[in-house]
Design a protein around this ligand. Sequence first.
Ligand SMILES: Cc1cc2nc3c(=O)[nH]c(=O)nc-3n(C[C@H](O)[C@H](O)[C@H](O)COP(=O)(O)O)c2cc1C
Length: 332
Amino acid sequence: MRRATEHPLSVAPMMDRTNRHYRAFARTLTRRTLLYTEMVTTGAILFGDHKRHLAFDTSENPLVLQLGGDEPEALARCARLAEELGYDEINLNVGCPSDRVQRGNFGVCLMGQPELVAKCVAAMREAVKVPVSVKHRIGFDDKDNYEDMLHFVDVVSQSGCDRFTVHARKAWLQGLSPKQNRNIPPLRYEDVHRLKRERPELLIEINGGITDLSTVQKELKHSDGVMVGRAAWDNPWMLARVDTLLYGAEADPAKTRHDAVRAHLPYIERMLDVGERLHHLTRPMLLIFAGQPGGKKWRRHLSEHGHASEAGLQTLLDALALVPETLRQSAA
Ligand SMILES: Cc1cc2nc3c(=O)[nH]c(=O)nc-3n(C[C@H](O)[C@H](O)[C@H](O)COP(=O)(O)O)c2cc1C
């Protein structure tokens, strides 16, 4: 039960969202939650600028690299590189239904090729000491019975993989966009709960549609961990009580949303110094005051002024000054 005690919560891999700037900001809210990179393909790492694709700040650990690919040798090389760089875990994407990913024969279509996934996992496990895990769905197309998923998990776990994150909805390979595939197929948590009951020796993390910490706590009665995706982007403040509530820490890193923003200023300054653009840096913070007085002004100011070539730390401080710092702001 390693992950049950180590990581009751994780923030999902999300392309164009959980980049290093999001993750660094998330660390002002929670030091303990397991964070994931966006999916990075083996091709991007082996034939592209791997330093850029894999760069992160050590404040982001514990951190999982999610890989997209279907070639055992290539995945093993990427896993080795990632371990050397300090990633804490390697995860294989077996959940993405996008056309591009299907054309590459990875993502969710690998659920139909459990033996190949087992080979990929075995090659990565051979190459690294850190854990190797798989993120998948409950099924795809007409392969969507509980028994189909169980077969997939059983074959893959024979490679030694004992950590599975299950997005509790199936995917349709044709006819739905990735976004629709995150919303239209119904959630079937019971399939994930049953998987944990029937394979208690495996670490099973549930994912899909979970938006608040009380649901996380309820779900932890049935699974070893909970992965939250969109909610952690739409309302990053939901992470602010995780360390004390779920990890038993004595204190959370930020008492108020303002604290979180202020704690992030040195990172922003450092990134501006190396040429990053302000609007990239502030995008993960736009929703930190969502639903709060002044929250819209904060967002508008950053959206309107953050793109300017002279935009810098003062732009951010000006936006912050538009949000009243009251005691109410500190409430979750
Ligand atoms: C914008 C966006 C990008 C995503 N990119 C990835 C990805 O790179 N790899 C992956 O396994 N899942 C990806 N997902 C799916 C999420 O990891 C998660 O499984 C899904 O959003 C369901 O969880 P949620 O309901 O808590 O958001 C993405 C989701 C969103 C919204």
